[in-house]
Design a protein. Structure first.
Ligand SMILES: Nc1nc2c(ncn2[C@@H]2O[C@H](COP(=O)(O)OP(=O)(O)O)[C@@H](O)[C@H]2O)c(=O)[nH]1
Ligand SMILES: [Mg+2]
Lengths: 441, 310
């Protein structure tokens, strides 16, 4: 955990240590940094305030002042409390004792309801169930067509009739009972929580069909308003849970905490991509780390698994372990890395690395340069960089349209990297690769 | 046409924000400024999604003026904060020199999934039409199910042409055809819809670059405008969106949507402290009329004025 917050807290406590004994006030100062981190992650102002207040006593009480590393101690407490507040454990979707299990999806415009409906339907079908999708968004242009197209692609039935949303949902429930569907998913129109008439419409659907789950579908990128949205939807409908969408982006997702804190309902599923199987359970511990900006190493590894050529990765790993990693391999690694996305967003996912690479400045342009330099080297030079004497370096610089300094600095960085990689190989790396949990619902 | 500030204010006050307190409830007239009051001010700013960094900047300025004895009461404080915010927003507008564009003017619309791109295109089309321009839409979202149909319905409703290919076809090819069609039909403006994408997906950002390149090939100087659509409910992630979309294709402006909710859209104020990309328009509803050009003054007023006390 060598992320930005840790860095800040270490700084807080380090300057204090020099000054003498740590006081309770020092802890409060460190919590101010925590608070800022939460606000940067879009945790609601009031929620952040309450949270900090509630852990202050804990932080002061738990011998933090006497611990060897008070910064890490504070973070540990904060992290743990966040996990608890986020629900502690993985929450499951309810199943009706009497089929069909009816799930109503609701939320603001553009939050991702239609996609989520299709994802849930696919999930149930894959578990041997018989789901029915219901197109109840009669307002947005082509919304019904959107669900029909998704259903067709999955070969899952989509129910629609020319009626008001309440009538559609009521008829769909009856149809489900008659024709033996086990799960019914209402895709309702997006609406504002302050739109009285449309909120009443949802209440009417609820009354007519008694769904066992009423999920608020919320965008992970939502800001401070998440509390207002969630509390209004809950007040009008009594939601049973939350679905967080677009979690595959780089939003820190403080809204998850805000919603959880305000309505106290569990987050049950998360959407992690546009593909219809990109649906997962919600892991409070991962979310806590993400909100604190501690890097999301698990997501990074998943991303790597999706994009990296596994054979090539295995070959490189072996070379790393044999300590025969050359510039040529480095080049190949760069190509793999490039496929994974903008470097910056990748680096942010890695705890510690963001900091250690700060000096190296690997932005996109830098990469282009590096590639050009490597392209201008012979195979032999890439394998045995030590043969790159002055005149060879000149040739490479000219050939790549860079300067001799660029070439020198790349070679220097490479040898530093070789050293760093050696530290990572062996035990660490194996533990890392072997300890990955299995994902999916 | 109904594109007045008045319509915006009416709309905004119709959806009265009873939930979050406005500035006036903490800044009653004539109240003396103290540190506690500044703290409460912080709450108003953060709650508007202005973000901790920009908020601290604004508050620090106020604090300095207050400690320097330049302002003493809450009314002066309110004035100061409003002017500072307006200045920040105006500062992001670099006023590009308006070179003459050979018809058609090409506008490319980008943004994350569900931000309101397609709806905004309908609004923009209507806006241009009401200013006497002829418009053609390019159905460049060939990815999302029924996205082409959605844009088609809007094209009918606002009475403009549309050029479309099939589902999953190459969006760049659609754009190429649309620009050529616009040229031969003598249209003034082409508006390009694109599929929603998260700014972190490099392959999809590459696709945008390609669309951009192809547009330039079809018509020199195109796209003349590249607008990022930002959902007004978005928090600090909006900053990352702006940064990465700008890096990929170079943005000329932002359009803030869904301002008819209770969110304040303050992330664009935070953005204005970091990027030289102005907010151009604002959307506040689901009909093509719920749209206006962006005015920093009324936006700031909407952020700060409590709507519950009028
Ligand atoms: N309340 C409100 N809803 C909007 C606004 N703009 C778009 N929407 C809705 O947001 C949803 C997503 O919009 P769409 O234009 O399809 O987004 P896209 O995926 O970015 O193209 C639709 O239900 C729109 O009706 C707005 O200004 N206010
Ligand atoms: Mg769209």
């Amino acid at each position: 955990m060598f992320d930005e917050l840790s860095e800040k807290l270490e700084r807080v406590f380090k300057t204090l240590r020099g000054a003498g004994k740590l006081t309770e006030q020092n802890i409060r100062d460190s919590l101010r940094e925590v608070r800022r981190t939460l606000l940067e992650a879009d945790v609601n102002y009031k929620v952040a305030k309450d949270f900090i207040q509630s852990i202050e006593t804990k932080a002061i009480g738990q011998n933090t002042l006497r611990s060897i590393n008070p910064g890490q101690q504070v973070i540990k407490i904060v992290h743990q409390e966040l996990i608890t507040l986020l629900g502690g454990q993985v929450a499951e979707l309810e199943i009706s004792p009497m089929p069909p299990t009816i799930i109503m999806l609701c939320g603001l415009q553009g939050s991702g309801k239609t996609t989520l409906a299709a994802k849930l339907a696919l999930h149930y079908r894959r578990n041997g169930k018989n789901p029915l999708l219901v197109a109840a968004d009669i307002y947005r242009p082509a919304a019904i067509q959107q669900l029909k197209t998704l259903g067709k692609g999955l070969n899952i039935e989509v129910f629609y009739k020319d009626d008001k949303p309440v009538g559609i949902c009521r008829a769909a429930s009856a149809e489900a009972i008659n024709r033996g569907y086990t799960h019914v998913l209402f895709d309702t129109a997006g609406r504002l929580h302050i739109d009285d008439q449309l909120m009443q419409e949802l209440a009417d659907i609820k009354k007519a069909t008694s769904p066992i789950e009423i999920l608020l579908v919320a965008d992970t990128m939502t800001g401070q308003d998440a509390v207002n949205i969630a509390s209004e939807f809950d007040r009008r409908l009594g939601i049973t849970g939350v679905a967080l969408t677009k979690l595959d982006g780089d939003a820190r997702g403080g809204a998850a905490l805000s919603i959880r804190a305000v309505v106290g309902k569990p987050i049950k599923v998360v959407g992690v991509g546009e593909k219809l199987d990109a649906l997962e359970k919600f892991y409070p511990d991962r979310m806590a780390s993400r909100i604190l900006g501690m890097g999301d190493i698990v997501s990074l590894v998943e991303k790597a698994q999706q994009t990296v050529d596994l054979k090539e990765a295995a070959r490189l790993t072996e070379k790393l372990q044999k300590e025969s990693f050359t510039l040529e391999d480095f080049y190949s690694q760069l190509q793999q890395l490039k496929k994974m996305g903008p470097l910056e967003s990748l680096l942010e996912m890695i705890p510690g690395i963001g900091k250690s690479l700060k000096g190296i400045n690997m932005d996109g342009n830098e990469l282009v340069k590096v590639e050009a330099i490597l392209n201008s080297m012979t195979v032999e030079e890439k394998r045995e960089p030590h043969i790159l004497n002055g005149s060879r370096r000149h040739r490479v610089a000219r050939g790549s349209g860079t300067s001799i300094q660029d070439v020198n600095s790349l070679l220097k960085q490479f040898s530093q990297m070789q050293k760093m990689l050696k530290k990572f190989t062996g035990k660490n790396m194996k533990a890392f690769a072997g300890g990955l949990p299995k994902f999916g619902l | 046409m109904g594109f007045s500030i008045k319509s915006l204010r009416e709309k905004l006050s119709k959806t009265t924000n009873k939930i979050s307190a406005g500035i006036r409830s903490i800044l009653p007239k004539g109240k003396k400024i103290d540190d506690a009051l500044l703290d409460e001010l912080e709450e108003v700013l953060i709650s508007a999604d202005i973000g901790p960094e920009a908020t601290m900047r604004i508050i620090d300025q106020a604090r300095n003026q207050y400690h320097g004895g330049k302002i003493t009461d809450s009314e002066q404080l309110e004035e100061l904060i409003k002017t500072t915010s307006v200045e920040i927003l105006k500062g992001a507008d670099s006023h590009p020199n308006l070179e003459t564009i050979t018809k058609p003017e090409v506008i490319m619309i980008v943004g994350v999934n569900g931000a309101g791109k397609t709806t905004t295109i309908a609004k923009l089309a209507r806006y241009y039409r009401s200013n006497g321009k002829t418009v053609l839409l390019a159905a460049g979202d060939t990815f999302r199910a029924a996205a082409i149909e959605q844009l088609g319905i809007w094209a009918d409703r606002v009475g403009v042409d549309i050029v479309k290919h099939g589902q999953d076809s190459d969006p760049a090819a659609v754009v190429f055809d649309a620009i050529n069609a616009a040229r031969s039909r003598g249209k003034d403006v082409v508006i390009i819809d694109t599929a929603g994408r998260l700014h972190t997906k490099s392959n999809l950002m590459e696709e945008l670059k390609k669309i951009r390149r192809v547009a330039a090939k079809a018509h020199s100087g195109a796209p003349h405008q590249t607008y990022l659509i930002i959902d007004g409910t978005t928090g600090q992630n909006g900053l990352k969106q702006i940064k990465l979309f700008d890096q990929a294709i170079g943005l000329t402006g932002l359009i803030l949507t869904k301002m008819d909710g209770t969110a304040k859209g303050g992330v664009v104020l935070a953005a204005a402290t970091q990027f030289k990309i102005p907010v151009r328009y604002i959307g506040f509803g689901e009909t093509a009329d719920d749209f206006d050009s962006f005015d920093p003054q009324s936006f700031v007023a909407a952020i700060f004025d409590s709507k519950s006390d009028d």
